[in-house]
Design a protein around this ligand. Structure first.
Ligand SMILES: [Zn+2]
Length: 64
């Protein structure tokens, strides 16, 4: 499973920019901290909204 020195190219989930999957890419799979922050923000907003839903209040091992 050697990755080689080229590194894998992935797409930033936020803006779709190509990101090289390497240790130096601190915010991978995002292209930048801004994209990562945006995604975290969106995720947090979603999670916050879901908390209010009475449907799935129990049995969610994913939630901390
Ligand atoms: Zn991006």
């Amino acid at each position: 499973m050697a990755e080689g020195e080229k590194g894998l190219l992935v797409k930033c989930p936020c803006c779709g920019a190509a990101v090289r999957w390497q240790p130096a890419a601190e915010f991978r799979p995002f292209c930048s901290r801004r994209c990562r922050d945006q995604d975290l923000l969106a995720w947090a907003t979603e999670a916050y909204r879901v908390v209010g839903e009475p449907n799935e209040s129990e049995g969610s091992p994913d939630t901390t």
